[in-house]
Ligand binder design. Structure first.
Ligand code: ATP
Ligand code: MG
Length: 367
């Protein structure tokens, strides 16, 4: 049995088994017959995802962006869950599934969708699935993937478990045991807020808002449309936003100043939201910034907050992986052979933690 963490986000799908972490864009494309392969292109797995999931073929992530005529990307929770999550999560799981191995998966949902969607999510992922990976050299690899247990938690809690536990799921950071900490998870569509108080998840002060990075990306895309006449899809802007320039029809457009302005405005709006949501939480020790958007916004956001920003995991340098890394650590604690009891935190209350009936009962008893 192998344990993996999977985080299907609106922007990126992240997956880790502790030895290897992978990330690809949450974009699906129709397959086309590619008649010739130069053999010279990028051979990275995540750049060449052509997968059949239970009999239906897809191009995924950058491969779909490069090769599919019809591509799909969504900022709608229902569509993400119904149409994208099964394909993206199984594709991610299959990358770590050696033939015949059963997987246990830890994953998450935005705070406000947890109750509503966890059953659908478990249903979409559980059971036996057939995957076929078509590699650029023309070879095919067929993998039967069996997902046995699925544990779901509010997404930002992954970052908390990442700080609390070591790679084997042992509770090592006892300094957090008597503290109250806020987590701000800035994703592509959503920003999630979560309060973790003396090892318990506090529902009252946890919430989700539509204030992810896509709003800033939309403002940049609109400006480019006005200047160049081309509507650049949001998922084709990541590299340009990072670099500060983009080439459209051979002309270079400078977007660094605009980017910094929209990021500063986004940080201001988020700081306002945090101030309102946590106005009563004056006893909070500090706040952890997580999610890919925290990389871009933390320098604008930190000075605007009335709470100190706490350091995050040193070993994981890309904050897009903070949640999924913690999912895995939690999974290791939950499904290890000789469980080490954790304080009340495993601490995700019944309404906040859901698991499939296939989960071992010893672990279930500790939720
Ligand atoms: N190397 C990178 N490449 C692309 N984007 C990056 C990178 N590093 C940070 N980012 C930022 O990460 C953001 C996506 O973060 P993340 O993967 O946490 O979102 P998500 O989980 O897909 O979205 P959501 O939580 O809303 O579902 C991008 O909008 C971008 O601003
Ligand atoms: Mg996310």
């Amino acid at each position: 049995m192998e344990i993996i963490g999977i985080d299907v986000g609106f922007g990126f799908t992240k997956v880790t088994n502790g030895r290897k972490s992978l990330c690809f864009k949450s974009v699906l494309g129709e397959t086309t017959d590619i008649q010739f392969s130069t053999g010279l292109g990028n051979k990275e797995i995540v750049d060449n995802l052509h997968v059949s999931v239970d009999g239906k073929g897809y191009f995924i992530g950058d491969f779909a962006i490069a090769q599919s005529s019809v591509r799909q990307f969504t900022l709608d929770q229902e569509r993400l869950l119904e149409d994208f999550l099964p394909v993206l999560s199984l594709t991610a799981a299959g990358l770590f599934a050696e033939e015949g191995i059963t997987l246990n998966v830890v994953t998450g949902l935005p705070v406000v969708f947890l109750k509503q969607d966890y059953e659908k999510m478990i249903k979409a992922m559980s059971g036996k699935h057939q995957l076929v990976y078509h590699w650029p050299d023309g070879s095919r690899e067929s993998r039967d993937v069996t997902i046995n247990g699925v544990q779901i938690m509010p997404q930002p809690l992954g970052t908390v478990f990442g700080l609390l536990m070591d790679e084997n799921g042992r509770l090592v950071n006892r300094g957090m045991a008597d503290k109250k900490i806020g987590v701000v998870d800035i994703g592509f569509r959503t920003t999630d807020f979560l309060v973790f108080d003396r090892m318990s998840y506090i529902e009252r002060s946890s919430s989700t808002v539509d204030m992810g990075m896509s709003r800033s990306f939309m403002a940049i895309s609109e400006k480019l449309k006005r200047e160049s006449g081309v509507q650049v899809e949001l998922y084709r802007l990541y590299e340009a936003v990072e670099k500060g320039t983009i080439q459209i029809r051979g002309k270079e457009y400078h977007i660094a100043n605009l980017r910094d302005r929209v990021f500063a405005r986004a940080a201001e709006e988020l700081a306002g939201e945090i101030g309102r949501l946590w106005s009563d939480e004056w006893d909070m020790h500090g706040v952890i910034l997580t999610g890919g958007g925290s990389q871009a916004l933390s320098s604008f956001l930190a000075p605007k907050l009335e709470i100190p920003v706490l350091p995050t995991l040193e070993k994981v340098t890309d904050p897009r992986f903070y949640n999924v890394d913690g999912y895995l650590r939690f999974g290791k604690s939950k499904w290890r052979k000789t469980p080490v009891p954790l304080p009340s935190a495993t601490a995700v209350p019944a309404s906040a933690a859901a698991e499939s009936s296939a989960t071992p009962s010893s672990a279930a008893g500790r939720s």
